[in-house]
Structures are given as C-alpha cells and as structure tokens.
Design a protein around this ligand. Structure first.
Ligand SMILES: Cc1cc2nc3c(=O)[nH]c(=O)nc-3n(C[C@H](O)[C@H](O)[C@H](O)COP(=O)(O)OP(=O)(O)OC[C@H]3O[C@@H](n4cnc5c(N)ncnc54)[C@H](O)[C@@H]3O)c2cc1C
Length: 469
C-alpha cells in the first residue's frame, strides 16, 4: 500500500496508526500494533534505526572497542606480552564500524518491511490537521498517531564558529583519518567518549568545558576521577572555558584557533567537534495544527503514560524530554504498548533513571547522586570502594575509578549508585534491579556473589557503609 496520488484527489490514505520516526520506539511499536491486526504506516525521513543505530550508540561503541584494542595493545608489555609498534588504520576502523551499522540498519529495515499490515514510507512528515499527516504530496490519516522523531546536535551561537568548519557526532563518524589535533567543545558524555577514543587512535585531543568540571551532573569525586582517567592518557582538559572565540588560522588553509576565555592563549586545532547538547526534532512537524504542545525547550509535553496534549497522539523517545537514551526510548514503547494493548497501566515514573558513560573504564549510574541525596536532607548511608581494592580489577590491571552507593537510612532502599571502573556498565544492573524492585539493600548485601568479579565487592561495600555527613 502506498499513499501515492492521494493529494491529487485531496483524500488521505487511512491507517489504524501512523508512526513518525523509525528510531528506537517506533519499529517495536509497529511490531506490536501489526501483530494485533492493525494497519500501520511508519514514516522515516532519513535512516531507519535513527540516532542509536546510525550516529549514536552503535557506531560509537564500535569505535570505543577499536580504541580499547589499541590501548590494550600499547599496554602489552605490562602484561608480559610483546606487540611491537601499534598503529591504527582509521579507514579499517571506520569500515568495521560501517559494517556493523549497516547490518543493524538492514535488520531493522527488513523487520519493518516484513510486518504484515505495515507500510514503510520515506519522507518528511508534518501535520496537516490533528488526524492527517503530509509526506511530500501524499496525505495519510489515522485514528492514532505516535511521534518518535528524536533529536539532533545543538549548533551553539559562539563567536566565530559559523566561519569555520566544525563537526557534530554525525560528521565525526565519517572520519577515515586520525585528526592531528581534535578540539572538543563540551566535556560531557558524547564529547568525552570521542575524546578518549581519538586519543587512543593517536590524535592530540583537547576538551573545552564551560563549567568548572567535566560531567557537571555527576558527583564531584566522579568528575575528578573521570578527569584523572582522561588526563593520564594525555588528553588536555580545559575547564571554565566560558569565553570561547573561534577564528580561522592565519597562514593555513585548514584548521582554526580557539580562545577558551579572555586572556587565554589561543589553541590551534585541525578538527573541531561541537558536543554541547541536543535538541528535539519538533520544530518542523507543524505540531500546532494537531494541538500538540511543546515546552520552552521544544520537547513535546506528555503525561506519565506518554500521551500528548492531543488525546489520540503519543510521543516516545528523546522528543518528549523524559529521557535521552536508547533504553528510555525503548521503555517508552513498552509503556505505550502496555497501556494500549495489554491493559497494563505502566508509567514513566515507575522507572529508575540509569545510564552509562562509555569512556574506559566506563561509568554505570543508577538513581540519585550523593549530592542530590544530601540536598534532599534525608538520613542516608554511603559506601565507597576504590577499584584498587577490587581483586578482579587488580588482576585485570584496570584499577582506575571507584564504586559508590547511597542508601536511605530509614527505609533501607538504595537511592543511587555510581560504578566508575572496569565492568561498571554491567555491574550497575544488579543494583538497578534491586532498586526497581524496591527491595532493601540487604537483598544484595546478604547475597553470595561469584569470586572473582567486580560485583562480589558490592555486598562488601554495602556492609561497610557509614552515615552520610
Ligand atoms: C554520539 C551519541 C552516542 C550515544 N550513545 C548512547 C549510548 O551509548 N546509550 C544510549 O542509551 N544512548 C546513547 N545515545 C542516545 C541515543 O542515541 C538516543 O537517545 C536514541 O537514539 C533516541 O532514540 P529515539 O527513538 O528517541 O529517536 P531517534 O533514534 O533519534 O530516531 C528518530 C527518527 O525520527 C526521524 N524523524 C525525525 N523527524 C521526522 C519527520 N518529521 N518525519 C519523518 N521522520 C522523522 C529521524 O530521521 C530519526 O530516524 C547516544 C547519542 C549520540 C548522539
């Protein structure tokens, strides 16, 4: 079924449901709706799979794996292994990444195309009226509409930036040579992952962060440990870079100079990555024609079950401002499907916030920071253990970072945790599961864990907690 020719007659092609955006929530929702016998149109203007598959999680974690391999090879002698000189063939690194991305994207495409009753339509969707969507000359209508339009990198208005070439996460993933000097504006999750991987590929790397420390949303000791990990590998970190000014480099056809703040020495770079945040793709949907409201930052306003201000329209994923991760987008799909198809009133407020930062070693996070717990004024217990006192980390020769956990002293529920260390992205899940089940911390501290693992020290850390001052 196609919508071709509908505009000529002025009539729309009718579906039971329209999904705008084939990101992390749209395709699985199409799967559930079509399995329930509904006709569904999925509209995608660019690449099926959206950010995660094409320019986010999957390509970056593929590159992180190549960077980790280069790093480990360089450290071979520490383990008694001779490797000779280590070189990085960036074209091959990129080809490996492209192959994995293509495989993933093709998999999602074939999945959508194989769903009975589902039509994949290529093009930019915008509202014509509350039940009608226009894609080029074609009109489509449906009783229910689901928005999964994601977001894109913010282009900040910084002096001189418009006069020089710069990259976002999308352009960075197309590089097939190692930059001479990569300068990164933004010392948060996306910027730091690129910083470490390109340093390991052989680039000189400088990170410019406006705030007083990297990853300002984390606890101060977490930020400090992250900075230590990066500077130990030779990455230059400039914090308090609050007066950025860019200019083309004199006597050079390529490259630029940046001044971090008034009076600072200019820094010359060959490549510039701007990673200062993301904004939702909601400004080109004509949402006002559908009665769908957005907040001051452009995020679609939704209730706890992801219904927008129009009763028949839902918004899932990065565009609703309730999360900025693949797992939050997928969880949004599960919430919408549960409510509409399973008579199960799942809600966004049921979930425990969780995410990882994929520097090496990674940071796994769940729930509140220690600073947030302190600010809440509640009585709490805190446990902390450096990775130098985790046997498995010592055996692996990866002792950077620490584990930290904070527990409500009255209810005994775990309020938050940060595992910055080898395996931290996996270890955090045993804590997350107990938090989600609302069990007391003793559910972990009394459980026998496997030796030798990083996870075996989580019960010990919980047994050794002290009052939070
Ligand atoms: C560099 C980077 C690394 C990341 N790493 C991680 C990570 O390790 N773990 C993690 O959980 N998250 C990570 N993220 C975040 C993650 O990629 C996003 O949170 C996730 O992809 C959001 O999914 P989504 O379903 O909301 O939207 P998207 O995946 O962005 O999909 C939205 C889709 O809608 C389409 N679209 C938009 N407007 C229209 C329109 N008008 N008409 C038709 N189609 C439209 C877009 O083309 C896109 O394909 C990373 C992001 C970046 C940038």
């Amino acid at each position: 079924m196609t919508a071709a020719g509908s505009a000529a007659t002025g009539e729309s092609v009718k579906y039971d449901a329209i999904i705008v955006g084939a990101g992390q929530a749209g395709p699985p929702l199409a799967g559930r709706l079509t399995a329930a016998g509904q006709t569904v149109a999925v509209i995608e203007r660019k690449l099926v799979g959206g950010t995660c598959v094409n320019s986010g999680c999957i390509p970056t974690k593929t590159l992180v794996a190549s960077a980790h391999t280069a790093h480990t090879a360089r450290r071979g002698a520490e383990y008694g292994v001779s490797t000779g000189a280590v070189s990085v063939d960036m074209a091959k690194v990129k080809a490996r990444k492209d192959g994995i991305v293509l495989g993933d994207r093709s998999g999602v495409e074939s999945w959508i195309e194989g769903m009975p009753g589902c039509t994949l339509i290529r093009g930019h969707a915008r509202f014509e009226d509350p039940h009608t969507i226009r894609v080029g000359d074609d009109l489509l209508s449906a009783d229910r509409i689901f928005l999964n339009v994601g977001g894109r990198a913010v282009a900040p208005d910084l002096p001189g930036l418009a006069d020089i070439d710069y990259l976002t996460n999308v352009g960075m993933l197309e590089l097939d040579t190692v930059p001479e000097h990569l300068v990164i504006v933004g010392g948060s999750y996306i910027g730091l992952e690129f910083a470490q991987m390109y340093r390991r590929f052989g680039a000189r790397v400088t990170v410019l962060e406006r705030g007083p420390r990297l990853t300002p949303r984390e606890d101060e000791d977490v930020s400090a440990a992250i900075e230590d990990i990066l500077t130990a590998e030779g990455i230059d970190v400039v914090t308090g870079a609050d007066g950025l000014r860019f200019s083309r480099r004199d006597n050079s056809s390529a490259g630029f100079e940046v001044v971090a703040r008034d009076g600072a020495q200019p820094i010359a770079g060959s490549h510039l990555l701007v990673a200062v945040g993301r904004r939702p793709n909601t400004d080109d949907l004509d949402l006002e024609r559908a009665g769908v409201e957005v907040d001051a930052r452009g995020y679609i306003v939704v209730d706890d079950q992801l219904r927008t201000t129009a009763e028949h329209i839902w918004a899932m994923g990065d565009c609703n401002g309730k999360g900025a991760f693949t797992h939050t987008s997928y969880n949004d799909f599960e919430i919408v499907a549960a409510n509409l198809l399973d008579d199960d009133p799942r809600r966004v407020s049921d979930r425990v916030p969780t995410y990882a930062l994929y520097i090496d070693p990674p940071l796994g996070r769940a729930g509140l920071t220690v600073a947030q717990v302190r600010a809440s004024g509640r009585r709490a217990l805190v446990g902390k253990r450096p990775m130098t006192r985790v046997g498995r980390a010592v055996e692996k020769g990866e002792t950077q970072g620490f584990m930290q956990i904070v527990v409500d002293a009255d209810t005994e529920e775990i309020l938050g945790a940060a595992i910055l260390g080898v395996g931290g992205d996996e270890v955090i899940h045993s804590i997350l599961d107990v938090m989600s089940a609302k069990l007391p911390y003793t559910a972990i501290s009394r459980t026998m864990h496997i030796h030798p693992t990083v996870s075996e020290l989580v019960p010990t850390m919980l047994q050794e907690m002290t009052p939070l001052s």
